[in-house]
Design a protein around this ligand. Structure first.
Ligand code: NOJ
Length: 564
């Protein structure tokens, strides 16, 4: 498999391993379960898979707290199983990306244990951000930084010093100003690359280095650069990593960053040709179902991609946000998302109209898969799974739930094990004679099971399969997007190659000109026009007389001049 820019228009399927499929009956998904079901990804037509962290971990943050970066957690299998999985995936034409977590490890990582046992000021302590506290007896944390998961970002050690953790207290931050940390991660990269892994998603890629003197965050939050994030020294690290990635010929390795930085200028250095290949475009994910807001996010994502020369990586779902069906099924909040907490917009709760949410989610993925760039899908979205909002409190495991004292539901509801077979015990996720799934699967998940949807031409799964497999037939890879001026302000309309994508984000059903109607190659909603909350793909080569001859069959009946 060679093609050194395979990722630039790929569809990548995110596997949250512990919830994908359980091969050994312990109630937790694993590599054997995934391997047995790689056919699901092949049937979907995706190009690659991204595996959430599956290294040795005490699982306080389900693998984002790593105790051994060089081995697979026994719950998931062995390192040999991973090698076999990669080989099998490659045989099936799928690339494999792992998740790299360089910002922090687990308190059970041997280095952190050594640091605790070592004296103040020792090289072992120097691998972490460990400092004296403030106040006469050092009982106050070194500064006022807050953890992303809530509460202070510092925890005190038995000897009175404090360690930094941007996330949970079980996830101590590495000190990236320490040469041994840098060397360690270079070894980690080479180890997994050497085993055939094609690339990495980099966790909190803007977070590795913190401001040198650990300044307080001004209480009004007014800083040009938050001292915990996006420090200029991080770029040297990525330049080294990219050099390592390029050593693999003829198939260089690939990096995509989880980067929460503000605006194109801040993103620019990360996506320079000698750093990371791509960054997730989260702006679209946090928007409500509103034509202007969605179009705005697409425009800015494309402008950034063009400006930086790095194809956009679109996504609507991942393991950190509420599932899109539930987000779009709520009353849409049109206020601007809080720039300090964008994820709040993607984890809002409220009453959900699932039928509305499902229609919008189907239309939205048609938008996504028509755009230039790559698309990251999250397991279960191809089934139209909603967020499970009513998990019992005592089964919830997310540190966000725990650290917020139950005020925030957190992310368990998008991590519920997948339903494979509607009539099988445990919905086919795991062996019925084994342990119960690690999170309970609600009975109503049966209605979303893969086997049921595979038999139904109108299902989410059938739609996803048609779209993923068919998108390149009309939306030629690399072809630029051209907006089309549609008279209805609630319709997003654009062409790319021979494809025309129309998305009706408004509340009214709209008619379509017969010339368009007969050239439809995919639709998300009911037949006959462009019904509300739906999208269509049209093959313009099949429109008699071409697109310019079409009068848009809406009340104003205008033509179709290009908008930009
Ligand atoms: C971002 C990951 O996506 C999330 O799941 C994790 O909890 C944090 N980083 C901390 O690693």
């Amino acid at each position: 498999m060679t093609n050194d820019s395979w990722w630039s228009d790929a569809v990548v399927y995110q596997v949250y391993l512990r919830s994908f499929a359980d091969g050994d009956g312990d109630g937790v998904g694993d590599l054997a379960g995934l391997r047995a079901r790689l056919g699901h990804l092949v049937d979907l037509g995706v190009d690659a898979l991204w595996l959430n962290p599956c290294y040795v971990s005490p699982q306080r943050d389900h693998g984002y707290d790593i105790a051994d970066y060089f081995a697979i957690d026994p719950t998931y299998g062995t390192t040999d199983d991973l090698v076999d999985l990669v080989a099998e995936a490659h045989r099936l034409g799928l690339r494999v990306l792992l998740d790299l977590v360089p910002n922090h490890c687990s308190t059970e990582h041997p280095w952190f244990r050594e640091a605790l046992a070592a004296p103040v000021g020792s090289p072992q302590r120097g691998r972490f951000v460990i400092r004296d506290g403030r106040g006469p007896d050092g009982a106050l944390p070194p500064n006022n930084w807050q953890s992303v998961f809530g509460g202070p970002a510092w925890t005190r050690l038995a000897d009175g010093q404090w360690y930094l953790h941007s996330f949970d207290a079980s996830q101590p931050d590495f000190n990236w100003r320490d040469a041994s940390v840098r060397a360690y991660f270079e070894d980690v990269l080479r180890f997994w690359f050497g085993l055939g892994v094609d690339g990495f998603r980099i966790d909190v890629a803007h977070g590795l280095v913190v401001a040198e003197h650990l300044p307080d965050l001004p209480t009004d939050g007014a800083v040009d650069r938050h001292p915990m994030w996006d420090q200029p020294e991080v770029h040297e690290i990525y330049r080294t990593w990219r050099r390592i990635a390029q050593e693999y010929r003829p198939d260089p390795k690939y990096f995509i960053g989880e980067l929460w930085v503000d605006g194109t200028e801040r993103l620019r250095p990360y996506l320079a040709p000698d750093e990371l290949h791509q960054a997730f475009c989260f702006d679209l994910l946090v928007q409500p179902w509103d034509a202007d807001r969605l179009a705005g996010a697409v425009r800015s994502g494309l402008a950034t991609a063009d400006d930086l020369g790095a194809p956009a990586a679109w996504t609507l779902n991942n393991h950190d946000v509420h599932r899109v069906v539930s987000r779009y099924g709520q009353v849409q909040d049109l206020s601007a998302p809080d720039p300090q907490d964008l994820l709040a917009a993607a984890r809002r709760t409220g009453p959900v109209d699932l039928a509305v949410g499902a229609a919008r989610a189907r239309a939205a993925v048609m938008l996504l898969l028509a755009l230039p760039g790559s698309v990251y899908l999250y397991q279960g979205e191809e089934l139209g799974l909603p967020e499970v909002l009513d998990l019992p409190d005592d089964v919830r495991q997310d540190p966000i739930w725990v650290r917020s004292g139950g005020r925030e539901l957190g992310r368990d509801g998008c991590r519920v094990p997948l339903p494979w077979r509607a009539d099988a015990p445990r919905l086919g996720f795991s062996d019925p004679t084994g342990a119960a799934p690690w999170l309970p699967t609600p009975d109503w998940f049966a209605g979303y099971a893969v086997d049921r949807q595979a038999r139904d031409d109108g299902s989410f799964l059938a739609l996803y399969r048609r779209l993923v497999r068919g998108r390149r037939e009309v939306f030629a890879p690399g072809a630029p997007l051209r907006w089309v001026d549609h008279p209805d302000p609630d319709v997003l309309a654009f062409t790319r190659g021979a494809g025309l994508c129309l998305v009706n984000v408004g509340g009214d059903d709209l008619p379509l000109a017969p010339a368009l109607e007969q050239a439809i190659v995919a639709r998300s909603g009911a037949a006959g026009g462009l019904v509300r909350d739906s999208a269509v793909w049209i093959d313009t080569a099949r429109v008699p007389g071409g697109l310019r001859s079409v009068a848009w069959d809406v009340p104003s009946g205008a033509g179709a001049p290009a908008r930009a």
